[in-house]
Design a binder for this molecule. Structure first.
Ligand code: PLP
Length: 373
């Protein structure tokens, strides 16, 4: 089997997993005041300092969550909940965890959805037009999970300078592939997930600048400085910190390899004369994701045929993979064309081999030939 769906999720790093199991004796509740609790608390706070340092944040600005979906909900609901029907802005190409959260809050906030252009980049003129004096929040992803296209974070920050709007960034697909520095970006809120960077599923974090106040979404005990009730998942939090550390330490090596794999795929498909077009601007995309339009067949058919050939790929967001609706990202970029139903996302890992890429290209070539004859 060839798996090329690493933007959907990655395997857990075995060394990190082993380390966690070796430390499993330390099982205390970080809120307990006895020694076992204090040791667990120390572990938790060590992980918090480590993740904070990797983002150039302070430890007090990190809130651990059950993943990026929760972190995104925490940021968006937390800002909107404190205000009286505020004006907020997001883009049409966000992940479902952002988009559907705003949709669910349309009675509580006035939401403007900004489209992306054909490069996959948010329409900056439309963003500028949308921005108002009373805009409370702008939520924009750093790297798109379907196309890999990076949003111009510095230009967006610049546009917001002088405005009171908070900037929330979903950086799930960025960390480990590029430097994520909250100070340098000038963001107020930033979401991450461990399972996209060889950590476990079900753990993530929200960076929240110390100047920002949010309404808590998960109420309960006073964990996470009252921001999120519930006993902290100390084991997985430590695993996330270790995975982030490793992803950061190995970032250059990993992303160079991912870019090589991406280029190899494009070159192999071109020399095999399999017709395709790249969706979005390949020069503005993260190292590990490429989205290709195959005008000669439907993505649904192609994905099934590839799956039968032992190739695991997806059309974009895994959350929609079961139904395979037209991609909302590609529809925003290109309008209602067949690109939205005839495109596939390839997402790479530094662990992949050249042979795996060749097998993907071969399988695509076989399917193309069968359809043409
Ligand atoms: N945001 C983006 C851009 C994603 O790709 C994902 C992936 O699923 C998420 C958010 C949700 O993360 P999680 O699975 O940790 O809830």
């Amino acid at each position: 089997e060839v798996y090329a769906d690493y933007a959907a999720t990655t395997p857990v790093d075995r060394d990190i997993l082993k380390n966690i199991i070796d430390n499993a004796d330390e099982f205390g509740n970080p809120s307990s005041i006895h020694k076992a609790g204090k040791r667990a608390k120390a572990q938790l706070e060590k992980a918090r300092r480590q993740t904070a340092a990797l983002l150039n944040a302070s430890a007090s600005e990190i809130i651990f969550t059950s993943g990026a979906t929760e972190a995104n909900n925490m940021a968006i609901r937390g800002v909107i909940g404190r205000r009286d029907r505020p004006h907020v802005i997001t883009t049409e190409v966000e992940h479902a965890s952002v988009l559907n959260t705003f949709k669910a809050l349309e009675a509580d906030a006035e939401v403007t959805y900004v489209p992306a252009d054909e490069r996959g980049v948010v329409d900056m003129a439309a963003l500028k037009r949308a921005l108002r004096e009373d805009t409370a929040l702008v939520s924009i992803m750093l790297v798109n999970n379907e196309t890999g296209v990076m949003q111009p974070i510095y230009e967006i920050r610049e546009m917001l300078s002088g405005s009171d709007a908070l900037l929330h960034v979903d950086a799930v697909q960025a960390f480990g592939h590029m430097t994520v520095d909250v100070e340098d970006f000038g963001v107020d809120l930033l979401s991450l997930s461990a399972h996209k960077l060889y950590g476990p599923k079900g753990v993530g974090l929200l960076y929240k600048s110390k100047d920002v106040h949010l309404d808590p979404v998960i109420t309960g005990g006073s964990q996470e400085r009252d921001a999120r009730g519930g006993t902290e998942n100390t084991m997985w939090i430590q695993a996330m910190a270790a995975a982030m550390q490793k992803a950061s330490d190995e970032m250059t090596r990993r992303s160079i390899r991912e870019m090589q794999l991406k280029e190899l795929l494009l070159n192999t498909l071109t020399s095999a004369e399999i017709p395709f077009q790249v969706n979005g601007d390949v020069n503005q995309s993260a190292s590990h994701i490429i989205n290709l339009y195959f005008p000669w067949t439907d993505a649904e058919f192609l994905l099934t045929a590839l799956d039968m050939a032992g190739i695991c790929l997806s059309a974009g967001s895994a959350c929609h993979a079961g139904t395979l609706e037209p991609s909302h990202v590609l529809s925003s970029m290109y309008g209602e064309t067949d690109r939205s139903t005839k495109s596939i996302r390839f997402s790479f890992s530094y662990m992949m081999t050249d042979e795996e890429i060749e097998r993907i290209a071969e399988a695509l070539g076989d399917i193309y030939e069968r359809l043409m004859n």
